[in-house]
Design a protein around this ligand. Sequence first.
Ligand SMILES: [Zn+2]
Length: 128
Amino acid sequence: MLRLAGVEKRLSDKDIMKGLILENEDVFCESECEEIMRVITRKPCINQYKCNVVIEMRGEVFKKAIRKGKLFLNLVATYVSEYMETVQCFKCWRFGHTQKRCGRMSRVTSVENNIEAGMIVVKGLLIA
Ligand SMILES: [Zn+2]
């Protein structure tokens, strides 16, 4: 994931994605932002009017952006860096996404399914 530092808070996710594509033609060749990236979350920044935006990007685009070190957004050079955070889903307990974006069945359901399949689950740990 990519972290875009100091992005104006008033910009919507769509504005950010469209802006990045329009202003950084050397990085983004396509015009359909939904296929290239999506905004995952926004983190607070020292400046109260700005935030740090975490964006998930397609591999080759991500590499280009990191190599470049900055992306233009609203005519401002915005610094980019690789963003790594261990996100864990409270619904299925897997890593890499949050409950809001979970497409899997809940942990309770999967535990029941494991028991049905003959597996023993103790305190949430699969032991057999
Ligand atoms: Zn999940």
